[in-house]
Ligand binder design. Structure first.
Ligand SMILES: C[S@@+](CC[C@H](N)C(=O)[O-])C[C@H]1O[C@@H](n2cnc3c(N)ncnc32)[C@H](O)[C@@H]1O
Length: 208
């Protein structure tokens, strides 16, 4: 029998120009997006540290979208933080343009075998969509412990033409200023694994 325990997982409202501010009406400040929050601790820690900020998560696994969304509500953060059971590759295009201050991708795409290629989250198209939903000056942050992936992300993001490194020395940074850490980030740090972290900002693109 199919497991439909999470059949009622939270979904984005219908429509193709969803206004993120309406999803987190209790956030007076900027709205951020995490793609693939998994067990969701980055979201919880970020909301706890930044009382003005709203954070939306798009998590393809219905189970974790449900658990984390419930947890946010139970902690009194449900008006500033939501997680929706959505595939970010299709859902991102349904959010209104220029509405988000930061897009986080913490440890996406942990697979490196060829047969897993079709599951990849960070594609050319997703990067373009991330550029579309960010405000000009908004940040795209990506971190991973798969070094080949970091190289590919850096190329894909740079080649989109929509982003520039936040700092003059290039996109790679030792650490980030977000106060919160994702579960996989904590594990990688505890295991002493190298982590590649990339910080880009959305730039204005002049017409050709
Ligand atoms: C390796 S886990 C990392 C989880 C978390 N970001 C962390 O750093 O601990 C990747 C997460 O991305 C989610 N994911 C994979 N493909 C996705 C997609 N197309 N849309 C949204 N989430 C996705 C997975 O279900 C999983 O929760």
């Amino acid at each position: 029998m199919p497991n439909d325990r999470y059949a009622a997982a939270p979904k984005l409202p219908d429509g193709d120009a969803i206004e993120p501010a309406l999803l987190v009406p209790g956030a007076p400040g900027p709205i951020e997006l995490e793609i693939g929050p998994g067990r969701g601790w980055f979201l919880v820690e970020r909301l706890a540290a930044m009382p003005d900020v709203g954070v939306i998560g798009l998590e393809v696994r219905r189970k974790w979208a449900t658990i984390v969304d419930d947890r946010l509500r139970a902690r009194g953060m449900g008006e500033r933080g939501r997680v929706f059971a959505e595939d970010a590759r299709s859902a991102l295009g349904r959010l209104r343009e220029g509405t988000l201050s930061t897009v986080y991708l913490h440890f996406p795409d942990p697979w490196w075998k060829k047969r897993h290629q079709k599951r990849l989250v960070v594609t050319d198209e997703l990067v373009v969509q991330a550029g579309r939903v960010l405000t000009v000056g908004g940040e795209l942050f990506v971190q991973t412990d798969v070094m080949e992936r970091a190289d590919a992300y850096e190329r894909t993001i740079a080649e989109s033409g929509l982003f520039a490194p936040i700092f003059g020395g290039g996109p790679r940074v030792e650490d980030h200023p977000f106060v919160a850490r994702s579960p996989r980030e904590r594990r990688a740090m505890a295991d002493g694994l190298p982590i590649a972290r990339l910080r880009f900002r959305r730039v204005v693109v002049s017409p050709p």
